[in-house]
Design a protein around this ligand. Structure first.
Ligand code: FE
Ligand code: ZN
Length: 521
């Protein structure tokens, strides 16, 4: 009979450590610095990579199992949604424009995150950080795919989705998210984690996902809600990575603090500017509102973010430089952005509209300090013009901020009747900015930002026409040529929602009359 040997049971943390620690190695025939050339040039000092706490605590084996199970559930819902013509169950066809914005401007970022994490996951000499980045890289690829699949049903029935990837690389407002991620991906590995994992995923992500996903739930879009749930558990792992990498850098060496602070200042501001489209979506594009941008900002940024920065104060980190201006902006940015989209709707593959009376009243109630005085009269004037058959579309091109790439639509903090405008010089050329913060970001790394691909500049330089277009030909219509280059359906993908194909189709499918919504017939 064998003697029974009592096996010592390891706790979860120890078991995880036993499976994952000590598996990496120091290189011998090449120096480590040559194998990992990128993790030092940013100036971040790491003395002991073993102090890195793995944020995910998942073995690869368990990871695949969890993710596989989530996939199965998600695809069952997506399939049922398609079979039951779920696209007809949404509140009204205006809602689809929030999905267009998501597919055009957010989904491609998932793919960029996939690439970015795959890249930095190769660059850290600490194995814990490498594994965490590898898993997140795979998550992000999955998000890109599941979002695309979940929304593909809508693409069969609505305009504004069929060329989303093509638009991402060309259309004016999509260069805002694109340049955000290209800036992060072309930074060093520690800055990338500060930008994406910390500033975006940890500090700001609730402001992106909660409005879109609860907006979907309120507006009857079960397919997007299910995707949201499926991504949620990944999201919490990503947030953990965000806070872990910040604490790790700050604890390793006090010399890291000013570098990290500079990155937090920069990436908080870039993330905040990027979220302008979410603010607009929340206040204007959801037929059934969840909460206003201002309320979301107060809850997720001012109170949660405020507590976070108090907590980080013990490391010598303070609130991001743009914090106070971002808080002041909560009264304004959604209205200013919608105004820009409404005016430049010829060149935007989604529809805009003037909110209905009940919606204007909701905005008045949610924005007592700004809406009635500044924004409501303008919208009512737009509606008046539209009802007279004179819907206004701007045919000019706006000046863009060289850093965030948003048109000059924002106003001075505390002076909402004055456009905020800054300029700076570098090597004899003049550059324009929307704010002190975007100007400050440029001045830290001018060599980087003079390379910005600014859509308006590119149009003026003649780079946004199809081959064969001849700007010297008689009757050359630059706007029409740019739309051809965008591969945007003129009159189907763009212009006002009133009278659009989307509106008419949806009404016909639901057996409603479009005139019921107040359209003059
Ligand atoms: Fe993601
Ligand atoms: Zn800017």
């Amino acid at each position: 009979m064998d003697t029974r040997v009592a096996k010592k049971k390891l706790g979860l943390k120890d078991r995880y450590a036993a499976m994952t620690r000590g598996l990496a190695w120091e290189t011998t025939y090449q120096p480590m610095d040559k194998v990992f050339p990128y993790d030092q040039y940013e100036g971040i000092r790491i003395h002991d990579w073993d102090r890195w706490e793995d944020p995910f605590r998942l073995t690869m084996d368990a990871y695949w199992k969890y993710q596989g199970e989530k996939e199965k559930k998600l695809y069952a819902v997506i399939e049922a949604f398609a079979q039951n013509n779920g696209q007809l169950g949404v509140t009204d066809a205006r809602y689809i424009n929030a999905l267009k914005l998501f597919l055009q401007g957010v989904t491609p970022l998932e793919y960029c995150a996939h690439r970015g994490f795959a890249h930095v996951g190769r660059q850290f000499r600490g194995a814990g950080a490498r594994v965490a980045c590898q898993m997140q890289s795979i998550d992000e690829l999955r998000h890109y795919q599941t979002e695309t699949h979940a929304l593909s049903q809508y693409n069969k029935y609505f305009n504004g989705m069929h060329r989303a990837n093509h638009w991402y690389d060309r259309v004016w407002y999509l260069s805002v998210p694109k340049s955000f991620f290209e800036d992060a991906m072309s930074a060093g590995p520690f800055e990338f984690l500060t930008a994406v994992s910390f500033s975006f995923e940890y500090v700001l992500t609730n402001l992106l996902f909660v409005p879109f996903m609860s907006g979907a739930a309120h507006n009857g879009d079960m397919s997007t809600v299910t995707f949201g749930f499926s991504a949620q558990s990944d999201e919490s792992r990503h947030m953990t990575l965000g806070i872990e990498c910040i604490k790790f850098m700050l604890e390793q060496d006090p010399a890291n603090v000013p570098i990290v602070q500079r990155w937090i200042d920069k990436w908080f501001w870039r993330g905040y500017r990027l979220l302008t489209i979410v603010a607009m979506m929340q206040d204007y594009m959801l037929p059934k509102r969840v909460m206003s941008w201002k309320e979301a900002w107060e809850m997720y940024a001012e109170s949660n973010g405020g507590a976070l920065f108090k907590d980080l104060a013990r490391y010598g980190i303070r609130e991001p430089a743009g914090w106070a201006d971002a808080c002041e902006g909560k009264h304004h940015i959604s209205h200013q952005a919608w105004n820009a989209f409404y005016n430049y709707n010829v060149a935007a593959p989604l529809h805009t509209w003037v909110p209905q009376d009940s919606e204007l009243d909701w905005l008045s109630e949610k924005y007592p300090e700004s809406f009635d005085a500044l924004y409501r009269p303008r919208l009512e004037y737009f509606r008046e013009r539209q009802q007279q058959g004179e819907r206004f579309y701007s045919k000019t091109l706006p000046m863009l901020c060289n850093t965030c790439q948003i048109p000059m639509v924002f106003t001075e903090p505390g002076r909402p009747d004055e456009i905020s405008y800054r300029e700076g010089r570098y090597l004899g050329d003049v550059y324009h900015f929307c704010s002190d913060h975007c100007k400050g970001i440029f001045e830290q790394e001018p060599e980087k930002y003079v390379q910005s691909w600014l859509p308006v500049h590119q149009i003026y330089q003649g780079n946004c026409f199809k081959p064969g277009a001849d700007p010297t030909a008689e009757g050359f219509d630059p706007l029409a040529e740019v739309l051809a280059y965008y591969e945007m359906g003129e009159g189907t993908d763009n212009l006002d929602f009133e009278g659009s194909q989307d509106q008419k189709n949806f009404a016909a499918w639901r057996g409603e009359s479009t005139t019921a919504k107040g359209e003059a017939s």
